[in-house]
Design a protein around this ligand. Structure first.
Ligand code: UDP
Ligand code: MG
Length: 320
């Protein structure tokens, strides 16, 4: 019987300090489970400016399970993961960050669920080590997003730490949009899902790669690539404002008929102009956001460019 192949996929951006520790941990895990599975440790170097590529080259030279995709520049985690999906050769792929925040000790549990037939086994954070601010903002965002999502609901505690069956990977690879929000895509593709709980740990080395700007961008991508509700919002607001304006018009007309036409109402006019002007600009901005995304997608450019890829290692199977 041929062993099933498991790909561990980690995007890495400036992780030269974390990578050796990460490798030691997952290599030990792969060794332990080597009698049941064949392993591929696939890394995507997302345009790192430190020694990440050198570390990956060293690891690949030492361990034939290690492969890496070296991207031509920094594309962000979402696109780096797509590059990983495209090049993973496993029967399932486990996506895991290279900073050991997501405990590899959860992986055997995920594999167990996979063996039971689940195709998308997602890690669910038990508790989060985040500031109150960040936590409540992220909660509010998820409320907003799942309220707007036209498709299935997004689960809040689920992140990118998950096991995906080959079928899921093939589905994700067919979604070639460049403005990616992978967390939403997991729900779009469907397939049978099961959670596995884990505790998130502090980063083992280095610092977080997310800046406020990058997070805002991802948040916008999440909403705009998942829902057209913001566009509809503009029409609803337009309807409401017109209704109020119509009532007000009747009032003004009646007043003029009964008491005559007096020139007054300067404050009303100014506030109306400001309100409507502001609202029209906002609506235009929303349309612009969608239009910009349409512009980027219609060019149909490849989502990323690759510098080097190490070839797939077809391990010679010993009879077992
Ligand atoms: N990452 C990446 N490209 C980026 C930013 C991050 O490949 O532009 C990788 C990073 O190396 C790590 C994972 O994405 O393996 C998660 O990043 P990070 O730990 O900084 O995010 P956090 O855990 O703080 O949300
Ligand atoms: Mg992290």
């Amino acid at each position: 019987m041929k062993k099933k192949k498991v790909t561990l996929l980690s995007p890495a951006y400036n992780e030269e300090q974390a990578l050796p520790l990460f490798y030691d941990t997952v290599a030990a895990l792969a060794d332990n489970l080597s009698d049941r599975y064949e392993w591929e440790l696939l890394f995507v170097n997302d345009g790192s400016t430190d020694g990440t590529l050198r570390v990956l080259q060293e690891l690949a030279a030492r361990d034939r399970r290690v492969r890496y995709v070296d991207l031509s520049r920094n594309y962000g985690k979402e696109t780096a993961m797509l590059a990983g999906f495209d090049n993973a050769s496993g029967d399932c792929v486990i996506t895991i960050d290279a900073d050991l925040q997501e405990p590899p000790s959860t992986i055997p549990l995920m594999l167990e669920k996979w063996e039971q037939g689940y195709q998308d086994v997602y890690g669910r954070r038990r508790k989060r080590q985040q500031s109150f601010m960040k936590k409540s903002m992220s909660r509010a965002y998820h409320k907003l997003l799942s309220g707007m999502a036209s498709g299935p609901q997004l689960s809040e505690e689920a992140g990118d730490f998950r096991l995906l069956d080959r079928k899921c990977i093939d589905a994700l690879c067919r979604m070639r949009e460049t403005q990616r929000y992978t967390k939403g895509m997991y729900d779009t593709i469907g397939f049978s899902k099961a959670p596995v709980d884990y505790d998130i740990a502090p980063r083992v080395a280095g610092t977080t790669k997310w800046t406020i700007g990058k997070l805002m961008h991802l948040a916008a991508d999440g909403i705009m690539s998942h829902s057209v509700v913001p566009l509809r919002l503009a029409s609803y607001m337009g309807l409401i404002v017109s209704a109020i304006a119509f009532i007000y018009l009747a009032v003004v007309l009646l007043k003029a008929i009964i008491w005559g036409d007096a020139v007054a109402g300067y404050p009303t006019i100014v506030s109306l102009i400001l309100f409507l002007g502001g609202f029209i600009l906002l609506a235009l901005g929303i349309i612009g956001e969608y239009l910009g995304r349409i512009f980027l997608e219609t060019k149909q450019r490849p989502p990323y460019f690759v510098n080097t890829i190490t070839p797939v290692n077809e391990q010679t199977q010993t009879a077992d």
